[in-house]
Design a protein around this ligand. Structure first.
Ligand SMILES: *Cc1c(COP(=O)(O)O)cnc(C)c1O
Length: 455
């Protein structure tokens, strides 16, 4: 083995190469120097001591450039979701409505009334911002917005059941998404889980029997991401509400999806709306902002005035509070629901879910035709899209996908590596770009991105 250390150039020498110096117009000196140091260290570690600096340093320059590019590229990037899963948690769940995006940039640019009472010219509370609108839209007495639905549950449990028992049906000890498991949330909130009923059947009497002096709350978890069929029974919120009220404890309904409109006219039925959930009478109803509601990540708590007020004053509310960008996006998304017809068109998640199947098919045909026009081999196939985000778990929405002929894995990797990555789905060994999870306004971009990535 040759260990000719002198063959590795010094950092200063590489930095002095004209081509490397030219990079300094594009990247700060510290970044360029770091890249050079890292390359030399790697060469040494790999025993490439003999890798002498070529006369023009060309190989080094390219390597420095590559490393700088990797460093300065943002980690959080936009993607085009062609998976056919409309609310894809890994791809950021709901895309925002145009008015929500505008509202974010308005309040981001300068000062805002985040905690300022304009009428009186004194300090105000950030908690006022979406509260009245949420009450209006759901029929609840009051509302509070926190970081996400998991945070909403932790806050509710901390405030009402910390150091006490919480009753949950064995059929509702579920996992929703990677790190949300009901038993884990319970223990992290300092409440003792008391399981009631059985996996498939739980009755109101099971809760009644489990009540004791140490019971702090009853939690009802909406079965959002799976279905239970066969010999099953659950105690509805409606019937549990009086049981909790008699015991003087809150009934906390982890409702999840945040569905604000009845989507059964569009073929999506069986899920209650937030208004239905509130009418069922739970003390608190908890939901996500970025699932079917179609807004930013947030945990929305609606319910009885006294209970919401207690949460607002809890020290944990400060730790779980949302920022102005979230409130701006949520308020403007919620405002769209005042006119349901507008909401269905302007809220991207709803527009995608309610688009007519023939329309989706026609769009797929058009994208396919564009690609074929550029010499690609593609066809359109009928597919079944899903809602995602743990809602309508069994719903299959008729959709259409552009299928690109060729090595699916290679095509998938090329599309994923594009300027704006296009994320598709491999099915039956072929790459599918499902148009159900793509907005109509993105169709032309999709075709361009595919063409560029595969050319
Ligand atoms: C999605 C979901 C959650 C978690 O919501 P996040 O906003 O992601 O924290 C909790 N409970 C139910 C029932 C859900 O569907």
């Amino acid at each position: 083995m040759t260990t000719d250390r002198r063959a590795l150039p010094a950092v200063g020498i590489v930095l002095d190469l004209p081509a490397v110096r030219a990079l300094l117009t594009r990247a700060p000196r510290s970044l360029v120097a770091d890249a050079v140091r890292a390359i030399i260290a790697d060469a040494r570690a790999e025993g490439r001591e003999g890798a002498a600096l070529p006369p023009d340093g060309e190989a080094w320059v390219q390597e420095v450039e590559r490393r700088i590019e990797r460093r300065v590229a943002p980690s959080l990037r936009a993607t085009l979701n062609a998976t056919g899963v409309v609310l894809h948690t890994n791809l950021g769940r709901a895309p925002l409505a145009a008015s929500a995006i505008d509202a974010i940039s308005e309040v981001a640019r300068s000062g805002s009334t985040l905690e300022y009472d304009l009428e009186r010219g004194v300090r105000g509370s950030r908690h006022v911002h979406c509260a009245a609108l949420l009450a209006e839209l759901t029929g609840a007495e009051d509302a509070l917005v926190v970081n996400n639905c998991a945070a909403a549950l932790v806050l509710a449990l901390q405030a009402f059941a910390s150091g006490r028992d919480t009753l949950v049906s064995r059929g509702e000890l579920v996992e929703i998404g990677g790190s949300f498991r009901v038993p884990d949330i319970m223990s992290s909130a300092g409440t003792t889980l008391v399981e009631v009923g059985t996996t498939n059947r739980t009755h109101v009497d099971d809760y009644r029997r489990a009540l004791g002096p140490g019971t702090g709350a009853i939690v009802k978890v909406h079965r959002s991401n799976f279905a239970l069929e066969g010999f099953v029974a659950e105690a509805p919120v409606r019937d549990l509400a009086p049981v909790a009220a008699d015991a003087g404890i809150p009934l906390i309904h982890d409702f999840g999806s945040g569905l604000m409109l009845d989507l059964s006219p569009y073929g999506l039925s069986g899920e209650p709306t937030a208004r239905d959930a509130v009418a069922d009478g739970a003390t608190l109803v908890l939901m996500s902002g970025d699932k079917l509601l179609g807004g930013p990540q947030a945990g929305i708590i609606v319910g009885k005035a006294g209970a919401v007020s207690r949460l607002r004053q809890h020290p944990m509310a400060r730790a779980l509070r949302v920022d102005k960008l979230t409130l701006a996006a949520l308020e403007s998304t919620l405002a769209l629901y005042r006119d349901p017809a507008t909401a269905v068109q302007a809220i991207p998640a709803l527009a995608m879910l309610t688009a007519r199947a023939e329309r989706v098919r026609a769009r797929a045909e058009a994208v396919m035709a564009t690609l074929v026009g550029y010499g690609f081999r593609a066809e359109v196939v009928a597919t079944e899209a899903t809602v995602g985000g743990g809602a309508f778990p069994t719903a299959r929405i008729p959709s259409a996908a552009v299928v690109l002929e060729g090595d699916a894995a290679a095509i998938e990797a090329r599309l994923r590596g594009g300027v704006i990555p296009v994320i598709g789905r491999i099915s039956d060994g072929r790459l599918h770009l499902d148009l159900r999870s793509v907005l109509e306004s993105e169709d032309a971009t999709l075709a361009t991105l595919v063409r560029t990535a595969l050319s």
